[in-house]
Design a protein around this ligand. Sequence first.
Ligand SMILES: O=C(O)CCC(=O)C(=O)O
Length: 303
Amino acid sequence: MSFDQLGYDRIDCRFDPADLDGLLAAVAGTRRFDGSLFLTEAEYEADPVHRGTNPRPGRNLAEALDTLIAPLEADAALTGALRRVLGPGYRVMDRKFVVGMPHSEIPAWLRTRIENNNVNNLGAYIRPEYRDMTYFWGIDLHQDLIDWSAREADFITVYVYLEDVGPGDAPLFLLPRSHGLGADIFPHELTLLNRDEALSRYAANGASIEERAVRLTGPAGAVHYWHACLLHGTQPTAGDRRRISLRYLIEMDPQAHDCELARVNAAIPYPLSIDQTRRDLAASGVAVIKGNFVNTQAGLSGG
Ligand SMILES: O=C(O)CCC(=O)C(=O)O
């Protein structure tokens, strides 16, 4: 089965291992992935900033390392899949490195604050000079439309693992077919039906599906992509290993009416955009609804 039915797929890229290693070494060499990344509690308290802490033009390590990323982006399987799914004029909207931070490196004062938060993007707690990457410590099942109020789901996310990702390294979890219920406000209506089988019911827009979550473990160089309405998330990293990935948002060629994404969207009988994408935040940007549904998943099949 494939993208049009499941809402996600894998791309069998043939990256040169030396290119992957070189890029990873360059990223790893830019900083220590430990407590030194974080503000102190007093520094955070003096001026809590919860918005605008992600990479942006002019503050994005992916820009600085562009020449090392370029050989990966030239991979024929990757460009072929993007043309097929999005049309020949596809456009990269966003490209950044994402780090799954190891549990052991999160400062104790912060861990008590953010344990069981549903969106643990750590940007607010990271020193400004290191905000050229995005740092996660788990994120509940969400759609990537979450950051795009009132925008059509006319893009996909492409996720490239730069290190081997095992069960304890915050692998991505996906809920297959969930994109088929269209755009929906976060947090989502999810019910765990069978923990051992990771079987859940997801309801949105007056419809529901029952599906088993899929966990995307894989080697360095594994590439997956998914629809902007597909539910996905991560558990906090369990051990001492960080997990560095490269993450893209790529939009469809507006002229390519018969590309795969255009056909998938035309077959979804529910709204593909939503004005209010989340209801878990106070005006300050601080989370007021907690819980990570991904943490309830046990028995999982591979992706
Ligand atoms: O890398 C992670 O832990 C979460 C990534 C994710 O869900 C996303 O980029 O949308």
